[in-house]
Write a protein that binds this ligand. Structure first.
Ligand code: NAP
Length: 279
């Protein structure tokens, strides 16, 4: 049984990025926008800034208060679209309810859309012609590749169909040759579907939701979930302690997909810098 070490793989990825950056004439620049003061978002934004420092990027963190209007936010994005020193623009989600998230994402110049959520980048992924790909699913694909797991010909079940994780994850696996089933809250007989899978990706947001007896013996389990229990403990969407005795490979939480998401954001920012400078 293999525990897929996302922390280690992400460190290797960051070292490779830092090495490449050291040979560039100009440093990639990432702007991260945080609206309001959601505690979890603050942690994510700080981790992204720390990641930028580690690999030698310029990063700017832009904090706007909860009452920022949609118009003001769209103007800020426009200014960053026109800023030659900025390669990547990331708006930390969720946004306050009075702001239309879709409008904000679509205001970002697709070439600077390092989250990969713009319809142009999602559309390209769907057509199997991707450029900037959503970070979490792309990070999962890197983890599989670095663990010598080739999804081609395997049956994959993705639990969760959000625009951020589930949907692009399913398309990534399809593009890699897997036969993919996407499950969600209306799916019937979820345990039966999971039982058929060689690869299971859980992105639900319910602590220890996926039970060990749902899993096929020898399967590969990727746990995207990050759930904080009342005790303060961080757990995934899979019952890791039981599941590890059934599977061939599994990602832990923490130390699995989480660090890969940030490393992939840095990878996307470097890619955006290279596209913009025709390197
Ligand atoms: P989300 O937008 O809330 O989507 C959850 C998905 O799970 C939805 O598609 C929903 O179905 C489905 N679902 C809910 N209850 C279900 C049930 N009982 N059975 C089957 N499917 C069910 O969440 P998300 O943004 O995709 O995030 C999912 C998890 O990943 C969260 O724990 C989040 O914190 C974590 N996350 C981690 C990273 C990372 O870097 N590791 C990045 C992003 C997110 P419907 O579509 O039918 O509503």
């Amino acid at each position: 049984m293999q525990i897929i070490d996302g922390k280690k793989i992400s460190e290797e990825l960051k070292s490779a990025i830092a090495l490449e950056v050291s040979g560039l004439n100009s440093k990639p620049g990432l702007a991260v926008i945080l609206v309001g003061d959601n505690a979890a978002s603050k942690v994510y934004v700080n981790n992204k800034e720390k990641g930028c420092q580690e690999v030698g990027f310029n990063s700017i963190k832009i904090n706007r208060d909860e009452n920022t209007t949609e118009k003001e936010l769209l103007q800020l994005i426009q200014d960053l679209n026109n800023d030659e020193t900025i390669d990547g623009i990331l708006v930390q989600l969720p946004l306050p309810n009075h702001i239309d998230t879709k409008k904000v994402i679509e205001a970002i110049d697709p070439i600077k859309d390092v989250d990969g959520f713009h319809k142009e980048n999602m559309g390209r992924l769907l057509q199997n012609n991707p450029t900037l790909r959503p970070c979490t699913p792309r990070g999962v694909m890197t983890m599989l590749e670095k663990s010598n797991i080739n999804p081609s010909g395997l049956d994959a079940v993705v639990i969760g169909a959000s625009n951020i994780v589930g949907r692009p994850m399913a398309i990534e696996l399809l593009n890699a040759g897997a036969t993919v089933t996407i499950c969600h809250s209306k799916t019937q007989d979820l345990p039966g579907k999971v039982k058929s899978a060689d690869i299971v990706v859980a992105a639900v947001g319910i602590p220890r939701f996926v039970q060990a007896d749902w899993l096929k013996k020898g399967s590969i389990v990727i746990d995207v979930g990050i759930n904080r229990l009342e005790t303060g403990e961080l757990v995934g969407d899979v019952d890791f302690d039981q599941a590890k005795d059934v599977v061939n490979a599994i990602t832990p939480v923490p130390g699995g997909v989480g660090p890969m998401t940030i490393a992939t954001l840095l990878e996307n920012t470097l890619l955006a810098h290279k596209y913009r400078n025709k390197l």
